[in-house]
Design a protein around this ligand. Structure first.
Ligand SMILES: C[S@@+](CC[C@H](N)C(=O)[O-])C[C@H]1O[C@@H](n2cnc3c(N)ncnc32)[C@H](O)[C@@H]1O
Length: 272
């Protein structure tokens, strides 16, 4: 068991995603099968009852669908590039490095803020080809230490929306300046969702920060950084057929008939 854990601000959001992945993995029809999340949950000394709020549990399907799409793209990239470097930014307590079959030539780095990584290291073992970095993703210093020769896969799940737009652009520019070739896979919210979170008073957001950088369309990636080429995207709601719960499946299917609701959260793939 870890020592007593509590986080505020943006770091606290990773407790929610861990909780939801653990919950989802316990169902017999699990989409993601993230058993490591359930094990981590049992070892983190946090009062998980705080997250037993009405309606929250149904978000486990969206979180699992988003993670599954990113898993599939990551696995595909690693099949094509078995000597790749992976940088997972804003990793939280995610177990993707252990969920996927990592080819033995892959070097994987999980990056998050120092207090998150301190806890992460108590749960997941580091090794020669799996390292964690406790720093802001936007800090140029750590990136300069990563070997730059190999193709790189950048994974940013639940991160870019929390960064100011200028920091997103600087981060992506730093990445394409440092590496010759690679892919970027990430999720993003629609502008109306970001606007909504910015208008909700802080006390109603329960300490969670608002979204600062949304995306309108996939081509925005090329406006953020002209060296990136947009490849594809999918809305999380479009994957509704995989949801085993009939009520939530019907809600997602209905959302798909309204473009604004369908696109509230999308996952994107780009290359350079
Ligand atoms: C919504 S959580 C997602 C965590 C994880 N990717 C997942 O899906 O469970 C957002 C994460 O981004 C991290 N984060 C926020 N700002 C960051 C920054 N500037 N640098 C690194 N990590 C950051 C937070 O600490 C948190 O772990």
């Amino acid at each position: 068991m870890t020592g007593k854990v509590d986080f505020t601000g943006v770091q606290s959001t990773m407790l929610v995603t861990l909780y939801l992945r653990a919950l989802e993995s316990r169902s017999k029809d699990s989409i993601l099968h993230d058993r490591a999340a359930a094990e981590a949950l049992d070892r983190v000394d946090y009062d998980w009852r705080k997250l037993q709020q009405p309606g929250l549990a149904s978000n486990r399907f969206g979180v699992a669908l988003r993670a599954k799409q990113l898993d599939d793209w990551a696995a595909d990239f690693l099949r094509r590039n078995p000597d790749a470097t992976v940088l997972q930014l804003g990793c939280g307590l995610d177990s993707r490095a252990f969920r996927l079959d990592r080819p033995s030539g892959v070097c994987w780095y999980d990056v998050d803020l120092p207090d998150v990584i301190e806890l992460h290291r108590k749960l997941y073992p580091e090794s020669d080809d799996y390292r964690t970095i406790g720093a802001s993703a936007t800090d140029p210093a750590w990136l300069a230490e990563i070997p730059a020769e190999r193709p790189v896969l950048i994974i940013a799940e639940g991160l870019l929306m929390y960064l100011p737009p200028i920091e997103v652009e600087r981060l992506l520019r730093r990445i394409t300046d440092r590496f010759h070739t690679g892919e970027l896979i990430f999720d993003e919210v629609a502008p109306w969702v970001a606007g909504l979170t910015q208008r909700i008073p802080e006390r109603l957001r329960k300490g969670y920060p608002p979204y600062l950088t949304p995306i309108r369309e996939g081509r925005d990636i090329e406006r953020w950084n002209p060296r990136l080429r947009y490849i594809e995207e999918t809305a999380v709601t479009e994957q509704y057929a995989k949801i085993p719960n009939p009520t939530v499946r019907a809600v997602y299917r209905t959302m798909c008939t309204f473009p604004a609701l369908r696109n509230w959260l999308r996952v994107f793939r780009a290359e350079f």
